[in-house]
Design a binder for this molecule. Sequence first.
Ligand code: DC
Length: 227
Amino acid sequence: MDKKHYAVAVDGPSGAGKSTLAKAAAKELGITYVDTGAIYRVIGLAALRRGIEPHDAAAVTAFLPELEIGLKHGNDGLQHMYLDGEDVSDAIRLPEVSMYASAVSALPDVRAFLLEMQRSLARTQSVIMDGRDIGTVVLPDAEVKIFLTADEKVRAQRRCLELEQRGTPKPFDEVLAEIRERDYNDSHRAAAPLRRADGAVLVDTSELDFEQSKALILKTIREKIDA
Ligand code: DC
């Protein structure tokens, strides 16, 4: 008998640990992790490379049909992103791409363009999908919804550590200002703003370490699903 597919929607602000935790939970549960922010980042990167102003709705909308966006899960289980055939999985992590991604993600045409791509990924397999509007817009019928957050200073501290480990350190104040700006943009835009979905379980990781956060997420999922 076919095992029923299920979906876990994880939304929250940047730097809350969504991708690290969702990836770890996916591994433990044997399901696919989908990072939707990476898809917005590909469009942000494309705008940056073409010298397009990312807030310019007409210019961004005009170039969307030209883009060939690919998403593949490698044998390692990791999600790779492609732009016009090139693997851009590393390029989309550049700090300047974050702001471009945030800007293009506010455009309704961009969101509409990506909606079906995201939904189709959850149609044929069990997924844990993270983003900003997964529980509210993309997968409103997800079996489990989690709103993952942490205090902004804790998130900034974590981001600083990550940047340091990558060899691209940045001052704390600068990182905090960027987090605030992105939080504001992501939750104040008219199109699918970041908000806690009805029925989403709030998970605040401010005072939890990675293992504690992971255990809490898995418990939340297993309480709703026989996984
Ligand atoms: O999670 P991230 O930082 O990689 O996401 C990059 C940007 O994309 C972020 O500023 C908000 C946007 N985003 C979105 O609007 N909706 C999603 N489902 C995922 C990301």
